[in-house]
Write a protein that binds this ligand. Structure first.
Ligand code: FCB
Length: 452
């Protein structure tokens, strides 16, 4: 028992958070390139212009992955690096960068997992209405076709979208991330529908243009709800709450079912169709067929959750965390149970093999006098979470786990203030140092989690 023998142990990053290399190499701007130049949007005025300079240092980074012992690496392609205007003209230098990265990974025995969209909407497409324009399904399809044509001879694992909950919710509803808009609810539902159509179109195109059979997935997120106890009624309360719509419409994107039921069950959740009726665009059967184009695996980014039990009134009620509950440097609660209950509930509902496409912790990491970076809190966090995942993997089909993140990087509106890596980055010198957690994780990989 424990993790399957071929369980995939990886780490994840995304293009804007690590690449840098924004100027002079044929890349077009995307919404984050533009947003980070506006005053007071990002902590400290930080930008991703240089980030971890991975664009120039990827060979060293692949060596570090090898040193840790990763089986797999999940990275994203910057749409505007290979299609500077989002469609049309191809930037061969951008293609070459990803080809070199893929080759370096394979030479080192590390399986590449590509995410097509980790939040970099090409600015030219944003100007044409971006996610609000129905044509974006076609634009994203064109991009997916290029990715299939150029990369699928060597890459067989693709995820379409990372966390639509966040890039629509934070980008267009609360406005704390690029492009920083507070749109009417109606617009955000229309965008969400186009996001899902774009996903479906990408699946079709990847499948049709691939050079070999692919494993195609989707990588959304959503706060996990787990039961406060293992009493059947508490488990039922948690399940109900987990797949229901958020209490507050102004935070509606933060849920799992609206974004996953259409893809995996072929319809939007009934509760939402009723509750949001006045905001919804026209939804056709043809749209739903496109959105539910079959995928092979279901990815999920999981960081924390909330505990619920069945209340005396027969409705789910939250068990609030007690004073002093453990939290991470970004104030996210430490709730390891979510890595058992999340995959379990998702598998029971959607019946798809699961990958944990992100999980990890921000800590206040510093370089110690002994020249090392000691991060016992991260090791403890990962151990607790992975124990729960192990329990899940004994009951359901969990294929792999990607730790977020391989290295410290540009954490969106928080700039470089937060460190999520198992590799420390000195942003002044670009020196990389493996943290204690990287060595610890290497041992987990070598022993396939048997010592957890
Ligand atoms: C996720 C994002 C990822 C990173 C982590 C900490 O929501 O997908 O890019 O910011 O959180």
């Amino acid at each position: 028992m424990g993790f399957a023998e071929n369980f995939v142990w990886g780490a994840a990053t995304s293009s804007y958070q690590i690449e840098g290399g924004v100027n002079g190499i044929g890349k077009g701007p995307h919404i984050w390139d533009v947003y980070t130049k506006e005053p007071d949007k990002v902590y400290g005025g930080h930008t991703g212009d240089i980030a971890c300079d991975h664009y120039h240092r990827f060979r060293e980074d692949v060596r570090l992955m090898k040193e840790i012992g990763l089986n797999a690496y999940r990275f994203s392609v910057d749409w505007s690096r290979i299609l500077p205007e989002g469609t049309g003209k191809v930037n061969e230098e951008g293609i070459q960068f990803y080809n070199n990265l893929i080759d370096a990974l394979l030479e080192n025995g590390i399986e590449p997992y590509i995410t097509l969209y980790h939040w970099e909407l090409p600015y030219e497409l944003y100007k044409k209405g971006g996610w609000l324009n129905r044509d974006i399904a076609g634009w994203f399809g064109e991009y997916a076709r290029l990715a299939a044509e150029r990369f699928s001879d060597r890459v067989t694992h693709f995820f379409t979208l990372n966390e639509p909950q966040c890039f629509i919710g934070l980008g267009f509803l609360t406005g704390v991330q690029a492009p920083g808009l507070k749109c009417p609810l109606r617009d955000t539902f229309e965008m969400a529908h186009n996001v899902l159509r774009a996903h479906g179109r990408a699946v079709q195109v990847l499948r049709a243009c691939a050079k070999q059979p692919l494993t195609i997935g989707y990588a959304p997120t959503g706060g996990i709800i787990y039961p406060a106890s293992e009493r059947p009624e508490d488990i039922e309360a948690a399940r109900q709450k987990y797949f229901s719509m958020p209490e507050d419409d102004s935070n509606w994107t933060w849920n799992v079912a609206w974004w996953s039921d259409p893809v995996l069950l072929g319809h939007y959740p009934e509760e939402g169709l009723i509750r949001y009726a006045k905001y919804l665009p026209k939804i056709t059967d043809e749209d739903m067929r496109l959105i539910s184009e079959p995928i092979d695996v279901y990815g999920q980014n999981i960081y924390n959750g909330r505990a619920f039990r069945m209340g005396a009134d027969g409705k789910p009620e939250e068990l609030l965390r007690g004073p002093g509950h453990a939290k991470t440097a970004v104030n996210w609660p430490v709730t390891p149970e979510c890595l058992y209950w999340g995959p379990k509930f998702l598998y029971e509902r959607y019946r798809k093999p699961i990958y944990i496409t992100e999980n990890g912790m921000a800590c206040h990491d510093t370089l110690s006098l002994d020249g090392k970076v000691h991060d016992p809190n991260r090791i403890d966090f990962l151990a607790r979470y992975l124990r729960e995942l192990k329990r899940a993997a004994e009951e359901i089909d969990v294929r792999g786990y990607f730790q977020w993140s391989l290295m410290d990087n540009f954490e969106w509106e928080k700039g470089y203030a937060e460190r999520f890596g198992i590799v420390y980055v000195d942003f002044a010198t670009q020196e990389r140092i493996l943290k204690d957690s990287a060595y610890w994780y290497g041992n987990v990989i070598r022993t396939n989690g048997s010592e957890l």
